[in-house]
Design a protein around this ligand. Structure first.
Ligand code: NCD
Length: 320
């Protein structure tokens, strides 16, 4: 099931990926970890190819790691943010994509507040399109980063019990995460107040809980940010009451459990400061892994998996 790299050319959803595709990407990311350990963190793989980061929403980690990933693969990179571009002047997404496509990019990385935006972009350009988060829908490279991070820490993911706690309703990270973790053999439970758990989410293969009473069952606790910017109306009585029932703190997290969070963290809301800074937390590892995983995605899409794969991590020829 390697269709996505060979024919699909896009990464829009975790559903585009079979288990083998995911495994290949994670292995590829591991090979790039060696490059990231070098003093000169650069390989010539995508030299002469253009990557455009098109971000219509705030981002620190995702945009920085896509930027570093493209640069470490020697691609030419354009960073376009909606603020400060002609989007400010009312240019539509379609016109913007068609305009940027005139520069003949090999890939467009798109983040948008609208679900389905990446899919639409893929119809308007011949570039490979990578979904860097589309509204509440999906964030596939975050899910791959999380799989990679966890696999590095624990080895096999098979049978691992993972609880995703918080604002699942507004979370593209949760949606992609559930699909990815289930595909890799994890037992996934989502937990939060009924107002923040989408109806029918069990169809993705996860269990649902509304209290943390059985949290001790989890091997890994994956905490989510309250996505206040996506909420119209009130979903919880107050952040203080939410924290009283759902905040992960050192009382609720047992010493052998691992803690993950995609960032940005609202300290004191979904997580207590002490657990964020504890050795159980993989939050910084997740940020670090983001670069090699996005290198792997760019590589598999643009350099075509098998083709050129051997040379993926070969160093830049040194001047004589
Ligand atoms: C997330 C996002 O933007 O979807 N952050 C990220 O990409 N690491 C999660 C969030 O904003 O809460």
């Amino acid at each position: 099931m390697m269709a996505w790299a060979a024919e699909g050319r896009h990464l829009l959803s975790i559903d585009d990926l079979g288990r083998e595709d995911i495994q290949r990407l994670l292995t590829r990311a591991e090979s790039f970890a060696e490059v990231s350990g070098r003093e000169i963190k650069k390989v010539p793989t995508l030299r002469g190819r253009t990557v455009i980061n098109l971000f219509y929403e705030s981002s620190t980690r995702t945009s920085a790691s896509f930027e570093l990933a493209a640069k470490r693969l020697s691609a030419d990179l354009l960073n376009i943010k909606s603020v400060g571009s002609s989007v400010d002047k009312g240019e539509s997404l379609k016109d913007t994509v068609q305009t940027l496509s005139a520069y003949d990019p090999a890939a467009i990385v798109i983040r948008s507040p609208n679900a389905g935006a990446a899919q639409m972009v893929s119809r308007w350009t011949t570039a490979s399109v990578i979904n860097a988060g589309d509204g509440k829908h999906e964030h596939p490279t975050q899910a791959l980063t999380d799989l990679y991070t966890l696999r590095r820490r624990v080895g096999s993911l098979e049978g691992l019990k993972l609880w995703i706690v918080g604002d699942v309703l507004h979370s593209r990270v949760a949606r992609s995460g559930i699909l990815a973790f289930v595909r890799m053999g994890c037992e996934v439970t989502v937990c939060g107040p009924p107002t923040l758990i989408p109806r029918g989410i069990e169809a993705l293969g996860c269990a649902v809980r509304h209290t943390l009473d059985e949290l001790a069952d989890a091997d890994v606790v994956y905490s989510l940010r309250m996505q206040l910017e996506r909420m119209q109306g009130t979903y919880v009585p107050s952040l203080r009451e939410y924290a009283a029932l759902y905040q992960i703190d050192s009382r609720r997290l047992t010493p052998t459990q691992l803690l993950m969070h995609p960032g940005p963290v609202n300290r004191g809301v979904e997580l207590d400061a002490r657990v964020i800074d504890s050795p159980q937390a993989l939050i910084v590892d997740q940020v670090e892994s983001g670069v090699v995983v996005r290198m792997a995605v760019l590589f598999e899409l643009l350099a075509g998996g098998g083709r050129g794969a051997r040379n993926a991590t070969e160093q830049e020829p040194q001047p004589a």
